[in-house]
Design a protein around this ligand. Structure first.
Ligand SMILES: Cc1cc2nc3c(=O)[nH]c(=O)nc-3n(C[C@H](O)[C@H](O)[C@H](O)COP(=O)(O)OP(=O)(O)OC[C@H]3O[C@@H](n4cnc5c(N)ncnc54)[C@H](O)[C@@H]3O)c2cc1C
Length: 388
């Protein structure tokens, strides 16, 4: 069945029946099962329910317990790879502003931009080149010198300065606070969250997923959204869909709440540093490409905070509260894998890197594709079929 006919039949508009006609006559709302309650699944569920779907989210552990809890959660406005991907990031941060308004302030975002700098050397020439490339695409970035960095971040100790860039449109949030707000907003719209509830198998009948087998019994669905993060390849693989990923890890130190010092995110040579809306300092240095840190010891956390104090001496006295470790799935070609599969045609995959940044945009676009029967052009380069 092609997608338009599937959607027509879900909407009771004719076409081959997915469900008995008596049932179809009574129930016009499509039933969507979302696998995974990370930030991606929670956002898609919220947007689907807002669009009128009957939504159940099935989560193996608890909401946010995997990659989402471990995110630094910078809302990223640019990407250096290619222009279309850069534009996608630009749209994604705008969607956070839209969602912030829509949820009536329930999500707390710090919109202070990010300041990035590197020491003299090849890295400085590279950063300058990336900044010029992004500017040529119209991206909201501008080069900054050491004085401008000091103006943006009073009291910062930059160390030897080679080059810098300020991205005023970027923001940050606490990923669990944001996820809780999305889950609550989804529930208010009727989303049912089930956890712990592991999806064990996707039941396939020809070209369709007919339901899911879970640790808590079977679940019927007209459409299945696969937002299971690092588990997407194994689940999609059960029904012959390829979604190759690389898994990288990273750790972060989280402080006890501290009086407000930072108004923006800092990406310096010693690491990344921010202050969440609740006052907690979050810092890390081992989640850059290739780093893949796993050290969650107290000693390492204290070392990270000591480095933060070297960067911003006004943080002296900050105390470690906890360490986090997250494993992030990154599609093999780094681009999102989003959309309906060729077969089974009612399986919708949603997997991206920078998932916190992307969640509101992907949630809105996925809901539109699933409920309105459109194929959003912006996502056309990112379909699962490219790995077939
Ligand atoms: C150190 C670090 C820094 C990061 N920094 C940023 C950043 O600055 N900006 C940014 O945008 N992103 C950042 N990220 C990436 C971001 O965390 C992820 O891209 C995002 O959280 C992915 O969300 P998700 O919902 O796709 O996956 P997840 O949060 O992993 O959610 C998937 C869910 O599916 C569930 N699940 C799996 N299998 C099953 C099953 N069989 N049945 C039911 N449920 C199942 C899991 O339990 C999990 O809860 C960072 C990550 C780390 C670790």
């Amino acid at each position: 069945m092609d997608r338009r006919r599937l959607l027509q039949s879900l909407a009771g508009l004719g076409g081959p029946a997915l469900m008995p006609s008596a049932v179809r006559a009574q129930r016009r709302r499509p039933r969507v099962a979302v696998i995974g309650a990370g930030v991606m699944g929670a956002s898609i569920a919220y947007h689907l329910a807002a669009g009128g779907a009957e939504v159940v989210v099935l989560e193996r552990v608890s909401p946010g317990s995997q990659a989402t809890q471990g995110a630094f959660a910078m809302l990223i406005a640019t990407h250096e790879d290619d222009r279309a991907f850069n534009d996608l990031y630009g749209m994604a941060v705008l969607d956070w502003r839209r969602l912030e308004l829509e949820l009536g302030g329930a999500v707390q975002v710090q919109w202070g931009g990010t300041a990035t700098w590197v020491p003299p050397g090849p890295g400085a020439a590279e950063l300058d080149a990336v900044t010029r490339r992004l500017q040529s695409w119209g991206a909201p970035v501008r080069p900054i010198d050491a004085q401008e960095l000091a103006d943006l971040v009073p009291g910062v100790v930059a160390g030897p300065y080679g080059a810098g860039v300020f991205s005023p449109d970027q923001g940050t949030l606490d990923p669990i606070q944001a996820l809780d707000a999305l889950v609550a907003a989804g529930r208010r719209r009727g989303v049912a969250y089930r956890y712990p509830c592991e999806v064990l198998a996707l039941k396939r009948d020809g070209q369709q997923i007919t339901g899911l087998r879970t640790g808590q019994g079977d679940v019927d669905a007209d459409v299945v959204v696969l937002a299971a993060g690092a588990a997407v390849p194994a689940l999609a693989g059960q029904v012959g869909v390829k979604t190759p990923i690389n898994l990288v890890s990273g750790t972060l130190a989280h402080s006890k709440p501290f009086p407000r010092v930072l108004q923006r995110v800092l990406n310096g040579p010693l690491g990344s540093l921010k202050q969440d809306p609740d006052g907690r300092i979050v810092t890390g240095a081992d989640y850059r490409p290739g780093a893949s840190g796993t050290d969650t010891s107290r000693a390492y956390g204290e070392q990270l905070l000591a480095t933060a104090v070297r960067m911003v001496p006004a943080l002296a006295g900050v105390e470690l509260e906890s360490m986090s470790l997250g494993y992030v799935p990154i599609p093999a070609d780094t681009h999102p894998i989003v959309g309906f599969c060729a077969a089974p045609s009612n399986l919708y995959v949603a997997l991206t890197m920078s998932g916190v940044t992307m969640a509101p945009l992907m949630g809105r676009l996925a809901a539109s594709e699933i409920l309105d029967g459109v194929a959003v052009e912006t996502l056309s380069a990112y379909r699962p079929a490219r790995f077939a």
